[in-house]
Design a protein around this ligand. Structure first.
Ligand code: ARG
Length: 418
């Protein structure tokens, strides 16, 4: 009996060639699986293409709802940004894909899962670590990593086997898309000094060409999850899509990142993530109002850890489970509304309110109604500064360089030549 292989199929040249290649090299029956994570494409054409090339079956799975519920919103609650910049769109979609590929492989009685990643990226790691975690006995095949063909050879192979290659001028970029953002790499972008050309962007307007007038929006959160936009209740998918549109129209969410890949390479990545960036900023503003200083500081550290493990393909680790439980718990009072001004490439929070707000006007005000006891400050400062005062008397005031030696001179003193 022929071996059955489930292939993660995007419809692009590499995964199309992979269908034929898996048949030739492994004499396998290929089941092409295309997962809709909000990449807005004509999935029936993709499906037909897989069948035409020779896939035994071609399935399209709508993963949008699962993506939002189990990956994007938890990442938002964590304020996950890899290296402080990248909202992790691609990285968040891969573990979901791994899960759906495994489910399909089990249901179809397949013994292997194949993906189209090369050996240089993060996605191969995310797919394989995910699949290994969920189905340790599943074989994994990575045709594009194995076949060692150049781009040209791949296209020749496609032509030889009658695999349709898009006739339209091929985009010079490698692009990956999900609801949380669009990742663009390759081509001229590989020169880190070169400004990304206009055609690298699709979701965001150049701030030169955005509306001359600012637009205000209101985002309502319930325990850290956005549930309303401008007062209207919305499901997560629609809210993200709408926000990508509105904020993208104002040029919000362009990211130009020199990124540290897991496989040791620095790359230049361009992202467009209008909804993700707007939501993270709004969410952070609401947290600032409803969480204590200590909670906020600790949560920032958790955000760094979570972002790294998502980026590094460790979604299914128990550390992720533990940290996610903390994040979820931290969101108990993160409910309320945030007002954001969208203008010329920026999403600026200009207002926030919450029934759980810790902002106390009678403590903060400099006007009438001030309840803050200014007298108490005196004793507070005495105790707060006591260790510094004690230490300075012993170790600082006697120093012959004087108190400024704490930082040292800006320029190192050279030894005088004799
Ligand atoms: N560098 C980003 C990441 O590792 C985006 C990768 C985009 N993938 C792609 N096949 N173009 O998450």
């Amino acid at each position: 009996m022929k071996e059955k292989v489930v292939l993660a199929y995007s419809g692009g040249v590499d995964t199309s060639v992979a269908i034929k290649w898996l048949q030739e090299k492994y004499n396998a029956d290929v089941i092409a699986v295309t997962i809709d994570v909000g990449n807005e494409r004509d999935f029936s054409t993709v499906r037909q293409k897989a069948l035409k090339i020779g896939a035994l079956k071609a399935l399209v799975i709508d993963g949008k709802e699962l993506l939002v519920k189990y990956f994007l919103f938890p990442a938002l609650q964590a304020n996950a940004l890899y290296e402080g910049q990248y909202p992790l769109a691609t990285a968040l979609s891969r573990p979901l894909m791994a899960k759906l590929l495994v489910d399909t492989a089990m249901a179809e009685g397949a013994t292997a899962i194949a993906h189209g990643c090369t050996g240089k990226g993060n996605d191969q790691v995310r797919f394989e670590v995910g699949i290994n975690a969920l189905a340790p006995h599943m074989k994994i095949l990575a045709p594009a990593r194995e076949w060692g063909m150049t781009r040209e050879e791949t296209i020749k192979y496609a032509q030889k086997h009658g695999i349709p290659i898009p006739v339209t001028k091929k985009s010079p970029y490698s692009i990956d898309v999900c609801l949380w953002g669009r990742a663009v790499e390759c081509g001229v972008l590989e020169d880190p000094w070169a400004e990304p050309p206009a055609d690298a962007y699709l979701w965001t307007k150049d701030p030169d060409k955005t509306p001359a007038k600012a637009q205000y929006i209101e985002i309502g959160f319930e325990k850290g999850v956005p549930v309303t936009l401008n007062g209207k209740e919305m499901d997560g998918i629609s809210l993200i899509q709408k926000l990508n549109e509105i904020a993208g129209n104002h040029g919000v969410g362009r990211i130009d990142h020199i990124e540290n890949r897991l496989v040791g390479i620095k790359t230049r990545e361009i992202y467009e993530a209008p909804a993700a960036i707007t939501l993270i900023q709004a969410h952070q503003a609401l947290e600032a109002m409803t969480m204590s200083k200590d909670q906020l500081r600790f949560k920032q550290k958790v955000a760094v850890e979570i972002s790294d493990l998502i980026y590094n393909g460790l979604w299914f680790s128990q550390l992720n489970r533990d940290l996610s439980a903390y994040v979820l718990s931290s969101q108990r009072y993160v409910s309320g509304t945030v007002r954001v001004k969208l203008f010329k490439g920026q999403a600026i929070v200009v207002g926030r309110k919450s029934p759980w707000s810790l902002y106390n006007l009678s403590l903060a005000t400099y006007d009438k109604g001030d309840k803050f006891n200014q007298k108490a400050a005196e004793g507070f400062i005495h105790l707060w500064g006591l260790p510094v005062k004690t230490q300075a008397q012993v170790q600082l005031l006697g120093d012959k360089e004087g108190p400024l030696s704490i930082v040292g001179p800006a320029k190192a003193k050279g030894k005088k030549k004799k």
